[in-house]
Design a protein around this ligand. Structure first.
Ligand code: ZN
Length: 478
C-alpha cells in the first residue's frame, strides 16, 4: 500500500483530466440573476457547471445529491466519519483584455488559460480525479469522502450557508481554493461603523467653540471598509482665518510632509483634497490613508465644536493607529499576528451623520467582545455608537490536529519540500468547515492569477496537485 506512485497514477489519466477540466472551464459559470429560477438560484451557467461536476463524480461511481441548486455533493467510501472536500464551481466575471478567449480553455506555453483555471474549477477537477484514482485502485477506506460543490463563493456564500442548514458537517476536511502548503488559521473579520447622529452630538451639550478659524462642512474618504482610502476631500467655511490663509497652511503642510493634495478656494469655501496610497485593508500600515492624513491636518485648525470633536477623535484614535494602539486594543498573537484596524470609509456632513467605517481583523487569542467594548467606549466620548455590519469569528485548526499533520506529510512526500503552515488575515472557503483548512492549489512562488485576465494554472501544477490530493484523500480516509 505504501508503494503507490501517485504521480504515475495521475499521469496515466492525464489526457482525460485535462480534457475534462477544459470542458468544465468552457461553461461560463458567472452569477446571472436574470436566468435564476427554482433549482438554479444563481443562474443557468452555474447550474450547468454544478451538473457537470456532479456528472463526472457520478460516472466515477459516487452517489450524488443536489441541494436545490445551492450546492451539491458527491460521496464515496464507507464509515462513520466524513472527510469533506469543499470547492466552488462559480467564477468571477471574465472582464476584458484576455489574450485568448476566457472560456476557450486553451493551453498556451504549458498553461491552461481560462476564467476559473486556478479559482476554483481547475483544482476542483484535480480533486475529483484524485478521488477517481483512489476509487479505481480499489483502496480500502474506513471513512466516507464527500465533495461539496458551492455555487456562490464569489458573492455571498449562500451556497454553504444553505447547504449546512440541512446537510452533515464533515468531521474534517480541506478546500483546494487557496495556497499550498496549508492555511490552518484565519483571523476574525469585522466590518463595523461608528456613527454619530446630529441629535446624539447635541446630547453631549458641548459649549459653542470660541476663536473658531473654520467650520467643517463635510468630509469624505474611501469607498470600501477593506481598502485604505486613496482620496479624501474636506470642505470648510472660513471664519476666523480667511480662505487663502487656510489654503496656504494646507499647501505648507503638504510640502512639509511630502503628501500629495491640493487646496481650492471656491465661492467662499475652502476645499482640501488629499491623496493617499490604497492597499488592501488586511495590512493598512502598507498604505497611506488619505482620510486620516487630511484629518491630521484639520487638527491644526481651530474648528467648530462638532468638527473639533470629530477631527479630535479620529486624529487621536485612528490616524496611523493601524494596530489600535491609541484605542487600547492592540494585541499581537505569536501565531496569527496582530489585530489590525483599517479606517476604510470616513463621512462627515454638518447636517447629517458622522461616520467611520472600520475593517478590524483579529487573532483568536483576543475576544471580539473584549476589544469591541473598548472601541465602543472610546468613541462614546463623541457620542458615536458602534454597529456591526459583518462579523466572521477567527478560524483555526490546531496545528497538531491529524488533518494538519497528515496533509503536511503528504505535501512533503509529493513535493520534497517542507510544508510550513500559514496563518492569514483574509478568509478562505476553509472556514465554512468546522474543522477545515485550505490546501492548494497555488504552489509557493507562483503568481496568483485568480480574478485577473488570462487566469491560468500550469498543466504541470494541475497534475502535481492531483497527485497530492489523491494521496491526501487516501491518507485521510483509509
Ligand atoms: Zn475561490
Amino acid at each position: 500500500m505504501t508503494s503507490i506512485n501517485w504521480l504515475e497514477e495521475t499521469n496515466k489519466r492525464k489526457e482525460e483530466l485535462i480534457a475534462t477540466t477544459q470542458q468544465f472551464l468552457q461553461i461560463k459559470s458567472v452569477l446571472d440573476p436574470e436566468s435564476a429560477r427554482e433549482g438554479s438560484p444563481f443562474g443557468e451557467g452555474i447550474r450547468q457547471a454544478l451538473d457537470f461536476a456532479l456528472g463526472v463524480c457520478e460516472k466515477a461511481g459516487m452517489t450524488t445529491k443536489d441541494v436545490r441548486g445551492y450546492a451539491g455533493h458527491a460521496e464515496f467510501g464507507q464509515g462513520e466519519e466524513l472527510i469533506g472536500i469543499l470547492s466552488h464551481v462559480d467564477v468571477v466575471p471574465e472582464g476584458d483584455g484576455w489574450s485568448t478567449p476566457p472560456y476557450a480553455a486553451e493551453i498556451v506555453d504549458g498553461r491552461l488559460v481560462a476564467r476559473g483555471a486556478i479559482d476554483d474549477k481547475g483544482p476542483t477537477m484535480a480533486a475529483i480525479f484524485a478521488a477517481k484514482i483512489v476509487m479505481e485502485l480499489g483502496l480500502p477506506l474506513s471513512k466516507r469522502v464527500r465533495f461539496i460543490f458551492g455555487t456562490d463563493e464569489e458573492s455571498s456564500w449562500q451556497c454553504v450557508n444553505t447547504y449546512f442548514e440541512t446537510e452533515e458537517m464533515p468531521t474534517m476536511g480541506f478546500t483546494p481554493d487557496a495556497d499550498f502548503p496549508l492555511i490552518y488559521a484565519e483571523k476574525g473579520l469585522t466590518d463595523l461603523s461608528l456613527r454619530q447622529t446630529l441629535a446624539s452630538f447635541q446630547s453631549l451639550g458641548i459649549p459653542a467653540a470660541e476663536n473658531v478659524e473654520a467650520k467643517l462642512v463635510s468630509l469624505q474618504a474611501g469607498l470600501r471598509m477593506n481598502m485604505v482610502p486613496d482620496k479624501a476631500v474636506a470642505t470648510l467655511v472660513p471664519i476666523g482665518l480667511n480662505s487663502e490663509a487656510i489654503a496656504q497652511n494646507y499647501r505648507q503642510h503638504l510640502d512639509a510632509t511630502g503628501l500629495k493634495g491640493k487646496a481650492e478656494v471656491q465661492d467662499g469655501l475652502v476645499v482640501l483634497h488629499m491623496e493617499g496610497v490604497s492597499v488592501h485593508g488586511m495590512d493598512p500600515s502598507k498604505g497611506v490613508n488619505a482620510g486620516t492624513e487630511l484629518i491630521h491636518f484639520l487638527r491644526t485648525l481651530s474648528l467648530d465644536e462638532r468638527g473639533a470633536v470629530f477631527v479630535g477623535l479620529a486624529d487621536r484614535y485612528l490616524h496611523k493607529q493601524h494596530y489600535g494602539e491609541a484605542i487600547g486594543i492592540a494585541h499581537n498573537d505569536e501565531e496569527m499576528g496582530a489585530l489590525t484596524v483599517n479606517t476604510g470609509v470616513i463621512e462627515y456632513d454638518e447636517k447629517q451623520d458622522a461616520l467611520f467605517r472600520l475593517n478590524i481583523r483579529y487573532p483568536h487569542s483576543v475576544a471580539f467582545e473584549k476589544w469591541s467594548a473598548v472601541l465602543a467606549e472610546r468613541f462614546s466620548e463623541g457620542a458615536f455608537t458602534l454597529e456591526v455590519a459583518e462579523h466572521l469569528t477567527p478560524h483555526r485548526v490546531d496545528p497538531n490536529h491529524p488533518l494538519v499533520t497528515t496533509l503536511q506529510r503528504v505535501y512533503t512526500e509529493q513535493t520534497g519540500e517542507e510544508a510550513g503552515i500559514i496563518a492569514i488575515g483574509g478568509a478562505t472557503y476553509g472556514r465554512s468547515l468546522d474543522v477545515g483548512v485550505a490546501f492548494g492549489p497555488l504552489f509557493p512562488g507562483r503568481p496568483d492569477s485568480a480574478h485577473q485576465r488570462d487566469e491560468y494554472i500550469f498543466v504541470d501544477d494541475l497534475i502535481k496537485a492531483t497527485a497530492i490530493y489523491a494521496q491526501a484523500i487516501y491518507e485521510l480516509a483509509k
